[in-house]
Design a protein around this ligand. Structure first.
Ligand code: ADP
Ligand code: MG
Length: 687
């Protein structure tokens, strides 16, 4: 028997069980070693049966001798029932199993059993339903053990799995080689793999450290996972750095003048700094891979446009990918205004007609179109560029890795700029991208208003509406946001349409309109355009307005059922106001009876102005997946490690990976990576 022996050759695993295991991704004895218990039960301390009354509804271990055992059929549901009575010298208790008729052959009067289960009170007495059991061979006061519980696979019961895994442990664990060389284990400060696996399956103690996944065994697995990840990123990165950019970008006086010409305002110092960082990358010989981070309203768009003008001025094309049609449209409009026909710009959206698609495709292929702004439509197979020099992704966390990749592959090592208003903590950025360069705009344009944020309950809404009335009289415009978070096909627009009707009644003399993700692109565009031109007083909307919309005269926002949004999302929404001269307000509203935790969160939000603080809080509260608002956010998913909890380990793994490459070179790193992944890939595939 070897680690590679197929599971079906293991004792106790027939064809049927082998199939079930295989469909769960467990093909060999080695895979079984990586199939971990999901919890543990401490069965070392049996309870006296006479004391069971004190343990009703909580699991206990008892040990004793079977007094009687028999099968019967329940008259009620015609269920097969197996009953036994067990006695330990202090008292006896009834054990009941359902639909396990074969137990008649396994449990008989006189047997000694260890039984683990939860006593419950019936109308007559105590009984334990469907307990876990084992024949007990030792003497009455022998130590019990810590039992690992595996989740059920197909019809294979947890207990059977425990036996199967146990056999794999006994027979092949000694043959498992540690893919991590000793010196790296030393540097990382971790134990050997065999030792770690054994401890995970058969822990000797269940202490705090172990249960919080902080034991040496856990640390070994987490660090192996992080180290492999960092090594892979570094190897890939080193390969990319070896790649030379074919294009040469120069910035001469003429180009500088062109850039100055499109600037409608003076750049802030932060913008200037970031533009320089980007320009240096563009002119360098390695492809740029840079994350541009800046709070909502900090002015990322103009920076991106400057980068675009530089690349276009050198004869290449630029693509700007935006997450929503509204945003793509807005970028398109704003950029068109700024460049005033000096560039050929096109738009790519899902609602293009067949003819428009063909024109677009031809224009991009032949290089006539210099800048294209679009949504996912940009990623279509048929979109090809003559020479894509720069790919910009706005609000990047809304796109998955594959989507970003699909765009990047449309050029030959294009320079890449991803922009986000979500300040991603360093640890998370590391896990998302490994090691990209970071530029931060940490200064808002001058004259920007602080948005006054207030929390109100639904019963106070009347006063809020009054206030809005006054503000509209003074010339302001308002957003009213309803919490339809995902506007999928199935989602229900009712709260929005009902809210819309209510608002029209409450404000009979105002121009109230509605905006949501299921309107046609043309209708959305038209509504946004009219809101921008001041033809709408109150825009009743979903979160479609969340990203990037810029209407300076809109200085009020009311967010209903605010407790249903994440903090970062609220911050994004709030960023829609405070963009002009007017004093701006964001009113977050929740029901009186909203969950106190949620209210506490909203209170924090009321006090927190800075996007970075909001993000940190939000990340703490919701964890990385939720925080980024999409499951496919491109954050590497780890099986053992937790980016938040373990960021120190992640950084340690990175350090060791970098040192290794510097010291031993790329080839050695690749070899090692192959070894490491040989072991872990099977598991990664399963998760
Ligand atoms: P975001 O970083 O959220 O994408 P935008 O690029 O949409 O921000 O910019 C927000 C608003 O600030 C826009 O109206 C833009 O024209 C304006 N803006 C950007 N930079 C400056 C600046 N340096 N001076 C004045 N206004 C600016
Ligand atoms: Mg933006």
């Amino acid at each position: 028997m070897s680690p590679d022996t197929p599971v079906k050759f293991l004792k106790g695993v027939g064809e049927g069980r082998a199939k079930a295991l295989e469909s769960a991704g467990i093909a060999t004895a080695r895979d079984l070693l990586w199939f971990f218990p999901y919890r543990y039960e401490d069965r070392r301390h049996p309870t006296r049966i006479a004391d069971l009354g004190r343990h009703v509804e909580s699991p206990v271990l008892i040990r004793g001798r079977i007094l009687s055992a028999h099968a019967r059929v329940s008259p009620v549901k015609r269920m097969k029932i197996f009953e036994a009575v067990i006695e330990d010298g202090t008292a006896s208790v009834k054990l009941v199993w359902f639909n396990q008729p074969y137990l008649s052959d396994q449990i008989a009067r006189g047997d000694r059993l260890s039984v683990y289960g939860t006593p419950r009170l019936t109308s007559y007495n105590l009984q334990i339903d469907s307990p876990d059991w084992e024949k007990f061979e030792g003497s009455e006061d022998d130590e019990g053990s810590i039992v690992s519980i595996y989740s059920k696979i197909g019809t294979i019961a947890p207990k059977t799995l425990r036996q199967i895994v146990g056999r794999a442990l006994d027979e092949v664990l000694p043959e498992i080689e540690d893919p991590m060389p000793e010196e790296i284990r030393k540097t990382l400060g971790v134990i050997g793999l065999r030792e770690a696996l054994l401890a995970i399956h058969r822990p000797e103690v269940l202490d705090e450290q172990f249960l919080r996944q902080r034991s040496p065994a856990h640390l070994r697995l987490i660090l192996q996972e992080f180290f492999s990840f960092m090594l892979a990123l570094r190897v890939r990165r080193a390969a990319e750095e070896g790649q030379k950019k074919l294009r040469r970008i120069h910035i001469d006086e003429e180009l500088r003048a062109e850039v100055r010409k499109i600037l409608p305002f003076k750049l802030t110092n932060a913008q200037k700094r970031v533009v320089k960082e980007i320009a240096d990358d563009l002119c360098g010989s390695k492809p740029m891979y840079r994350l541009l981070q800046g709070d909502v309203g900090s002015g990322k768009t103009i920076v991106a446009l400057i980068a675009a003008v530089i690349v276009i001025g050198n004869g290449h094309q630029v693509a700007l990918l935006a997450p929503t049609e509204i945003l793509a449209e807005q970028h398109f409009q704003r950029i068109s205004q700024l460049v005033d026909k000096s560039l050929v710009i096109a738009k790519a959206t899902g609602s293009m007609s067949a003819g428009e698609r063909r024109t677009l495709q031809a224009g991009l292929r032949e290089g006539l179109i210099q800048l294209v702004v679009g949504t996912h439509a940009l990623l279509e197979e048929k979109i090809r560029f003559k020479s894509l020099g720069l790919a910009i992704v706005d609000e990047q966390h809304r796109f998955g890795v594959e989507q970003r990749q699909a765009l990047f592959e449309k050029g030959e090592t294009p320079d890449i700029l991803v922009m986000t208003a979500t300040p991603i903590p360093r640890s998370l950025a590391l896990a998302m991208y490994g090691d990209l360069e970071l530029s931060v705009i940490d200064e808002l344009p001058p004259g920007r208003q602080q948005v006054k944020t207030v929390l109100r309950t639904a019963s106070q809404l009347d006063r809020v509406w009054k206030f809005i009335d006054e503000e509209i009289d003074a010339g302001a415009q308002t957003y009213v946001v309803f919490p339809i978070i995902e506007e999928s096909e199935k989602s229900n627009l009712k709260p929005l349409t009902a809210g819309f009707e209510a608002m029209k009644q409450r404000f009979p003399n105002r121009r109230v309109e509605m905006l949501h993700g299921r309107m046609t692109a043309a209708m959305k565009e038209e509504t946004m355009a009219r809101f921008k031109m001041g033809e709408i007083d109150i825009l009743v909307s979903t979160t479609v307005i969340e990203v990037g919309i810029d209407v300076p005269n809109a200085s009020m926002m009311v967010i209903l059922d605010a407790d249903r949004f994440g903090l970062s999302q609220l911050h994004q929404l709030r960023g829609r106001v405070g963009r002009g001269e007017r004093k701006s307000y964001c009113v977050i509203v929740c029901e009186e009876k909203a969950n106190p935790e949620a209210v506490a969160r909203l209170k924090t939000f009321e006090q927190t102005k800075d996007g970075f603080d909001v993000a940190e809080r939000d990340l703490e509260i919701r964890g990385p997946g939720e925080f980024l608002g999409t499951r496919q956010s491109g954050v590497a998913r780890f099986r053992f490690g937790n980016i938040l909890r373990d960021h120190a380990l992640l950084e340690k793994a990175q350090r060791v990976a970098i040192e290794l490459i510097e010291r031993d070179g790329l080839d050695r790193a690749k070899d090692l990576l192959g070894q490491l992944l040989g072991v872990t890939i099977a598991n990664a595939a399963r998760d």
